[in-house]
Design a protein around this ligand. Structure first.
Ligand code: 3PY
Length: 252
């Protein structure tokens, strides 16, 4: 095995501190032990510090859902990668389609945020994905290659061990629609080919590429069986301990 399988939950704007505590209590007794897949929960910023402590025993690492690209300054409401790192998180989602759609994130700011995350010692989980219109126009592969190249611009090869890419087709996010395992596998394979062109075969083999977009307890095993799908970024199903554990088991 050249690379880690990573199952990451994306809680989005869900779960208060007390709900986070309740989730931890519920998942602790059912968490699989001694398995090799890495598990992450990306949680609202207000819960990061508590979550690091709450999920330590069950070996779940914590991530944030976004960060700013500057390291300080007059950006009311924003937080830096360094703040996230000091709060104890190890990961940060960058460029989720909801951020691109509602908060004007562009391929340019995604690249700047990727650098900010790496400089702070966080692993960015970089989200890319096409819309339904783009898929129907037949430009999925070009678009994905463009997004990946922009996100990774000026990222040195030696940092690529700590970069995760998540393929999330927009038409599968929050819609209950999932890409077929073949569609997911095909695009993840294409992403690896882009990385191979940029960094060579050795780096390409080592990068974890996740599928995201309505992955759940039912469809996880089939999606994860694709050779280039190395894990999942899980929305709704990561809010239910039993479902999330089922997905982790499907990856082991
Ligand atoms: C989803 O599954 O809907 C996601 O957006 C995961 O990030």
């Amino acid at each position: 095995r050249y690379r880690k399988t990573i199952i990451a939950g994306n809680w989005k704007m869900n779960n208060t501190l007390s709900q986070t505590k309740a989730f931890a209590e519920e998942i602790k007794p059912i968490m699989p032990k001694g398995k090799w897949c890495n598990v992450v929960l990306c949680v609202p910023a207000t819960n990061i510090q508590a979550a690091v402590r709450l999920f330590k025993d069950c070996h779940i690492a914590i991530g944030a859902e976004t960060c700013h690209y500057e390291d300080h300054g007059a950006y009311t409401g924003e937080i830096t990668a360094e703040m996230i790192k000091e709060a104890g998180a190890k990961y940060v989602i960058i460029g989720h389609s909801e951020r691109r759609q509602y908060y004007n994130e562009t391929d340019f700011t995604v690249n700047k945020k990727v650098h900010a995350a790496i400089n702070a010692g966080l692993t960015p989980i970089i989200c890319v994905g096409e819309s339904l219109e783009q898929r129907e126009l037949g430009v999925t592969m070009e678009l994905i290659a463009y997004q990946v190249k922009c996100a990774l611009a000026n990222v040195p090869a030696e940092k690529m061990r700590h970069v995760v890419i998540a393929y999330e087709p927009l038409w599968a996010i929050g819609t209950g629609k999932t890409a077929t395992a073949e569609q997911a596998g095909e695009v993840c394979q294409a992403i690896r080919a882009v990385i191979r062109k940029l960094y060579g075969a050795h780096v390409a083999r080592s990068v974890t590429i996740q599928y995201g977009g309505s992955m759940n307890a039912k469809n996880a095993a089939e999606l994860l069986a694709q050779p280039d799908v190395d894990g999942g970024l899980i929305g709704g199903a990561s809010l239910k301990p039993a479902d999330f554990v089922q997905i982790i088991n499907a990856a082991n």
